[in-house]
Write a protein that binds this ligand. Structure first.
Ligand code: PAF
Length: 290
């Protein structure tokens, strides 16, 4: 595996490989099983696998965890190499943003709710850095985890609106044995917070079963149930619980078999966790094949 830190080095590495299928796995590092599953999928489907590791300051708000976000490039490199990455792109902030960008990407409406409402500017930062990575790498496919389902919807829409020649591959959320969605931020949790945080996946699983069995037919029932379930944990502080159509992310009342996203964001101490389920549950297909 080659590690490069500059756009020029990466382009030079990729130049002779342009006729091969290039897969990009964009990450902020501190790799976990979720990232590894994206890399493995890219390895299976592509000739060349590029992993980017970049903690993107543009997508963090002023009171968010940019400074304390976990970083360990040596560990990431070991994991990446083992998982089959060909080239690891780990640029500095100066390399990605040599000057304060005057050009950014905004995907409107889809970013009005959920994490877009709680984290103003977050998705402008995500869309901007992902657009930059797509221009730098020019991948045929790019792999994103569905734990960030809103991010997937936003990136897919950006790709459609701006005609990026890349196929977005949404990949299932990877979970710990007890159901907790794997996340780089899980390392912040105390033992007690970690234990109580399993209420997110448990509650989502329960509503998934109830909706699919026809026992819950309105969004309000789903939201009320999840709010009650999550609030039973004393360390949980709810940011949002919402039900929207997917991938359009519009509010929905009667649940009549349309694709819906049930999404939650909850603080445990100073750690904000997100999780979701997309119903009806099925293997995610790339937007080009929908
Ligand atoms: O999902 C992430 O890790 C980040 O939002 C991404 C897509 C790498 C952009 O910084």
């Amino acid at each position: 595996m080659k590690t490069v830190g500059t756009v020029q080095e990466l382009r030079q590495f990729l130049r002779p490989l342009r006729d091969r299928r290039i897969g990009l796995v964009p990450t902020m590092g501190y790799l976990h099983e979720g990232h590894v599953s994206l890399i493995r999928r890219a390895r299976k489907e592509c000739d060349v696998v590029v992993l980017s590791v970049f903690v993107n300051p543009l997508q963090f708000g002023p009171r968010e965890d940019y400074d304390r976000y976990p970083r360990d490039l040596d560990r990431d490199a070991r994991i990446a190499e083992q998982a089959g990455v060909d080239v690891l792109f780990a640029p500095s902030v100066e390399e990605m943003y040599p000057e304060k960008p005057l050009t950014t990407v905004t995907v409107s409406r889809l970013t009005d709710r959920l994490c877009g409402a709680s984290r103003p500017g977050h998705f402008d930062g995500v869309a901007t850095v992902v657009a930059k990575l797509f221009h730098i790498v020019e991948p045929d496919r790019a792999y994103f985890g569905l734990k960030d389902a809103q991010q997937v919807a936003v990136v897919e829409r950006m790709v459609r609106d701006l005609h990026f020649p890349v196929e977005i591959i949404p990949c299932p959320t990877v979970r710990e044995k007890d159901g907790l969605a794997v996340s780089s931020r899980n390392v912040y949790l105390s033992e007690e917070e970690r234990e109580q945080a399993t209420v997110l996946s448990a509650g989502l699983r329960e509503v998934a079963e109830k909706v699919q069995a026809g026992e819950m037919t309105r969004s309000r029932q789903v939201i009320d149930y999840l709010q009650g379930r999550i609030s039973s944990k004393p360390l949980a502080r709810i940011d949002y619980v919402d039900v929207l159509t997917y991938p359009d992310l519009t509010p929905v009342d009667a649940l009549q078999g349309q694709r819906i996203l049930v999404a939650v964001a909850v603080h445990f101490g100073s750690t904000r966790l997100i999780d979701n389920v997309i119903l009806p549950e099925k293997e995610e297909v790339p937007c080009s094949e929908r």
